[in-house]
Design a binder for this molecule. Structure first.
Ligand code: GDP
Length: 486
């Protein structure tokens, strides 16, 4: 993109603190726009005049007020248009990280003609000047909020354009199909059936499968951002807190041979293979606990969090006979999980940990093959995995960790940068629908013009991901969620 300094992209110059207004080693203020160099020249005293500076070089000097009063010493870099984040001349000041100094510097730039930048304004300008598309720009805000290695990697890949390139390649392939259809229109001479090429149909189907796969990635992409909630539940004294502590590698929950030590929810976040997981230890569930009002409240909280769990680790003592109460509860939970849709074991929402096997094993997998009641789930084996283990054994904790990791990773495709927003998912789903429809229409000899029309709409849905055809209101809404200075 060419942006001669004489033709700035934006009429005004913006300024904002790019670091939090808190005591810190360094505070950064950034400024961008047509008057950035002019303002810099007025407030900076260094060895050389900023108008003579080369782009992307650091200069040491003093920031001074119009009256010549020094505010602070610091470093400054000038990034000349178009080689800057926004595409316009941009300046970054590195000063002492005092909230007073940073605020005073922003005020000084404002007095010299810059306007305070609203949230996300720098990235919005980067988007408007074509430096980033919408999928990349939104990932900038996501990257700032990132909490885990997996999330960081996904957003980094997005910013580098991996998702955008994929979307563009689909748009190009659809364009190619449209051109082929147009050729068919020219040569078909009303006889549509004569020219229907099986290779074109195959390409329709392939494209629909690829876009559909991306739409499906929203399922795990959303959890990548929100983090997983793994709830440890079961009867009292089964070893839930022991397991919780062992998985965390620290003694967060009280472990005691007396039942009922965990009364409130205890939670902590750790990463499983780079994915952020909120582990929750809960109060033991047993009917007798209802008699004690504090325990009853603990149980109520346990039951509530179970409803929102992404994965349940149901812990029972395998060295003692199963309690009728626990059987009933587990059965009820499995019934609920099964009713929410039969899934393969790898996609199960529950792992039963048959604990304390070091003390002997009183019951086995057969326990779950029996028919505990008439309304037994259709196929409980499809909805949970069972692990015989000892929460006090390091090896077993590793096995349980692996099972949780495998469960979380199930369905994820490392070759794909996942969708993380409902809006994106909807667009890609609509494109997929249209491609599928086009495939059907093509094979049933619907006129090429109509098929081509559907393809055009599919392209529009895909391009919306990159920001094309997106309304100003939506853009404002997206960028208003950024932080100031980004
Ligand atoms: P919770 O009530 O389910 O949270 O159970 P705790 O984690 O407090 O454990 C209850 C008791 O069982 C404690 O005395 C633990 O040391 C003991 N315990 C937990 N897991 C095991 C295990 O795998 N083997 C043995 N032998 N004891 C365990």
């Amino acid at each position: 993109m060419v942006n001669p300094a004489s033709r700035p992209l934006f009429p005004d110059t913006i300024v904002a603190a790019a670091t939090p207004l808190a005591e810190s080693a360094i505070g950064i203020v950034r400024m961008s726009g047509p008057h950035a160099v002019f303002i810099l020249e007025k407030i900076f005293r260094g060895k050389t005049d900023p108008t003579t500076w080369r782009s992307h070089q650091l200069h040491y000097g003093t920031i001074v007020t119009p009256e010549g009063k020094p505010l602070d010493d610091g470093m400054v870099v000038l990034m000349r248009a178009p080689r800057s984040y926004t595409g316009d001349d941009s300046v970054e000041f590195y000063v002492h990280g005092s909230p007073y100094i940073v605020r005073a510097l922003v005020k000084l730039c404002s007095e010299m003609g810059a306007i305070p930048a609203p949230p996300g304004e720098f990235t919005k300008r980067a988007y408007l000047s074509g430096k980033l598309d919408l999928a990349q720009a939104e990932a900038v805000a996501d990257l700032i909020r990132t909490k885990s290695a997996a999330e960081q990697s996904a957003f980094k890949r997005r910013i580098s354009g991996e998702l955008s390139d994929k979307v563009r390649s689909w748009v190009d392939r659809i364009q190619h199909l449209r051109i082929q259809l147009e050729i068919d229109i020219d040569f078909s001479d009303q006889d549509h059936s004569a020219v229907r090429n099986p290779a074109i149909l195959q390409e329709f189907q392939l494209l629909a499968a690829e876009t559909g796969h991306l739409a499906d990635s929203y399922g795990w992409g959303r959890k990548l951002v929100a983090g997983w909630t793994v709830v440890i539940a079961g009867p009292p004294n089964a070893g839930k807190s022991t397991l919780f502590n062992a998985l965390l590698g620290e003694g967060r929950s009280i472990v005691h041979e007396r039942a009922g030590t965990t009364r409130d929810l205890v939670d902590a976040v750790r990463e499983f293979d780079g994915m952020a997981v909120r582990l929750v230890d809960t109060a033991g569930l047993h009917e007798r606990g209802r008699a004690d009002p504090i325990e009853a409240e603990g149980m109520r909280r346990s039951e509530k969090i179970l409803e929102s769990a992404d994965l349940i680790l149901w812990v029972e003592d395998a060295s003692a006979p199963r309690l009728a109460d626990s059987k009933k509860r587990l059965h009820a939970l499995l019934t609920t999980l099964c009713n929410s849709g039969a899934r393969p074991a790898k996609d199960a929402s529950m792992i039963v940990v048959a604990n304390k096997v070091d003390r002997g094993i009183c019951w086995g997998t057969a326990e779950f093959q029996e028919n505990p009641s008439s309304n037994r789930p259709k196929d409980p084996n499809m909805s949970f995995a069972i692990l015989f283990a000892s929460a006090t054994s390091r090896d077993d904790i590793q096995r349980i960790t692996l099972a949780i990791t495998e469960r979380i990773r199930y369905g994820q495709d490392n070759d794909l940068v996942p969708l993380v927003r409902e809006r994106e998912r909807d667009q890609v789903e609509q494109a997929t629908q249209l491609l599928r429809q086009a495939a059907v229409e093509f094979s049933t000899n619907v006129p090429e013009e109509l098929v081509a029309e559907g393809l055009k709409r599919a392209q529009q849905h895909l391009l919306a991901l990159l920001g094309e055809g997106v309304t100003v209101d939506l853009l404002d809404d997206i960028f208003s969620r950024f932080c100031i200075g980004k």
